[in-house]
Design a binder for this molecule. Structure first.
Ligand SMILES: *[C@@H]1O[C@H](CO)[C@@H](O)[C@H](O)[C@H]1NC(C)=O
Ligand SMILES: *[C@@H]1O[C@H](CO)[C@@H](O)[C@H](O)[C@H]1NC(C)=O
Ligand SMILES: *[C@@H]1O[C@H](CO)[C@@H](O)[C@H](O)[C@H]1NC(C)=O
Ligand SMILES: *[C@@H]1O[C@H](CO)[C@@H](O)[C@H](O)[C@H]1NC(C)=O
Length: 486
């Protein structure tokens, strides 16, 4: 008895609710259909508008790009970038190929017909770079020298940095203090910067006067510290930042936007994974500055140039003895390097060397017109600094590299930036530059920008230290609220 009635009750309510939901269903369905029609309309019109675009050669750029570096895995861009700038990876790649093409990438400039990766090279042959590239546009090494100099003076006069202190007996003082010895090795830039900063006139002990706040942990020291090591860096940073946030009021005013840290080793890019607010809000001054890494946010973060420390100036900086067209030596540890070495290993003018050289490295850089900076595991290597030091015009083959001091320096005036796609065309491109006389301009400018890519202790005006300070100055925009505690 109980059962059927409850069953009845059940079906009764069920029917009633179906009835209700039926009337609910009609308007919802209508709304849905309308939305779908709107979406379809938008999609259809956007096809019409972008139709032309899709049929130009840019699309094949993407295909070629993939085929020329078979193992190249596209890391996912930051959610930030994806949401605000590019809803579509191909669009993202396109726009960057365009930018990196720098007026050289024939496919990005000349409106070539689409090409497949198999015959791409031949098509290129007919239309490439013929030496008539317009290079009159802006040969100055600065985007705007006057503005830079004026702004630099103001920076030098008024910029103030507060460094988070630590207890005298802090067991990790070694990680927080600058190194005592002369910085050395591939990641010396981090140590040079910190050393110079701590002794500079930019430091203030009064946090209310500070434009920016420096978190002085050293990724390089943490990596070598047995108590932390590579596996412990993320936890260390998380704890450091949490303590800082609780103990001091400064972070909370801007959620870290006026805070920064400096790191050269590429491990730095995952070091903030347990401190996401640092990654997304603070200014990260890092060597591995790739537009395509989720840990690096262009414009907010800044590129720290990776520079091998050297003191004395090399002889013969001018170009007269530069007999070789171009030179590369190094570990062949990336698809791009494999591509370069495979393409040019037998050439008589472009010298690419797999592994260690028998001749002194410096002699090769002094004897070549162009020196390649080729993406290895990372976009950054010390090779840009090396080329400039030896007066060799850098050719940068590292897609998505946010180049050092690009806010200030006009890279087109002293370097050649090509996409990895252009590797088969390198000889044509570079010979065109030499034959048109543009090379002389580039090389002259290399000698002008050298000073910005050198560290000194103590630092000297316009050297790498001051340039990084200037990059920070450009990013100091946040206006912290006053703290009403004193
Ligand atoms: C992205 O854009 C490309 C070229 O404009 C197009 O071929 C592709 O279908 C788009 N992908 C998506 C997921 O919209
Ligand atoms: C920058 O400041 C330092 C220290 O006050 C000073 O010695 C130097 O001349 C300044 N440079 C410029 C270009 O103003
Ligand atoms: C800053 O904000 C965090 C989270 O809201 C809070 O836990 C912390 O105590 C604040 N710091 C200070 C110094 O008030
Ligand atoms: C380079 O030379 C080697 C040996 O002479 C030859 O087997 C190879 O195919 C050549 N490679 C290229 C890219 O020309």
């Amino acid at each position: 008895m109980f059962r059927p009635s409850s069953l009845y009750q059940y079906s009764h309510t069920h029917v009633a609710s179906s009835f209700k939901s039926f009337f609910f269903f009609i308007p919802t369905t209508l709304a849905l259909l309308t939305s779908l029609s709107i979406l379809f309309y938008v999609y259809y019109t956007s096809i019409i508008f972008t139709h032309h675009h899709q049929h130009n050669n840019q699309q094949s750029t993407l295909i070629n790009f993939k085929s020329s570096s078979p193992n190249f895995i596209l890391p996912s861009p930051t959610p930030h970038l994806t949401n605000t700038l590019h809803n579509n990876h191909s669009e993202f790649i396109k726009s960057h190929t365009f930018q990196l093409g720098h007026g050289l990438g024939p496919q990005s400039q000349r409106g070539l017909p689409p090409q497949s990766s198999s015959n791409g090279q031949n098509k290129h042959e007919n239309s490439v770079f013929d030496g008539s590239r317009k290079f009159k546009e802006n040969n100055n090494v600065f985007h705007d020298r006057d503005i830079f100099l004026e702004d630099y003076k103001e920076m030098n006069r008024s910029f103030k940095i507060y460094v988070y202190p630590h207890k005298k007996d802090d067991p990790f003082a070694n990680v927080l203090l600058p190194v005592k010895t002369e910085p050395s090795g591939n990641y010396a830039s981090e140590s040079y910067f910190k050393k110079a900063l701590m002794k500079s006139h930019f430091i203030t002990k009064d946090p209310t006067k500070a434009d920016l706040f420096f978190m002085p942990f050293s990724i390089a020291s943490l990596r070598h510290d047995r108590r932390v090591g590579v596996g412990g860096i993320q936890d260390f940073i998380r704890d450091y930042v949490q303590n800082m946030i609780h103990k001091y009021p400064y972070w909370n005013r801007t959620n870290g936007a006026d805070h920064f840290y400096v790191a050269c080793h590429s491990i730095g890019r995952s070091a903030m994974d347990k401190a996401p607010d640092v990654k997304f809000n603070a200014i990260q001054v890092v060597c591995s500055s790739s537009y395509f890494l989720s840990g690096y946010i262009a414009h907010k973060d800044a590129c720290l140039p990776q520079i091998w420390p050297r003191n004395e100036n090399p002889p013969n900086l001018v170009s007269s003895n530069r007999k070789k067209l171009a030179f590369f030596a190094g570990e062949v540890n990336s698809p791009v390097r494999i591509n370069l070495v495979e393409t040019w290993k037998n050439d008589t003018e472009i010298f690419v060397h797999n592994g260690r050289l028998k001749t002194p490295y410096g002699d090769e850089l002094l004897g070549s017109k162009f020196c390649f900076h080729v993406r290895g595991y990372e976009v950054n290597t010390a090779r840009i600094g090396d080329s400039l030091y030896y007066g060799c015009v850098p050719v940068i083959i590292a897609n998505y590299y946010d180049l050092p001091f690009a806010d200030v320096l006009n890279w087109k005036s002293f370097s050649v930036v090509v996409t990895t796609l252009d590797i088969p065309l390198l000889k044509k491109i570079l010979k065109g530059i030499v034959n048109s006389g543009e090379y002389l301009m580039l090389q002259k400018n290399v000698l002008k920008v050298r000073e910005h890519f050198q560290w000194h202790s103590p630092p000297i005006d316009f050297d790498a230290f001051y340039m990084v300070m200037y990059e920070l100055w450009l990013r100091r925009s946040s206006i912290p609220i006053l703290l009403g505690d004193s």
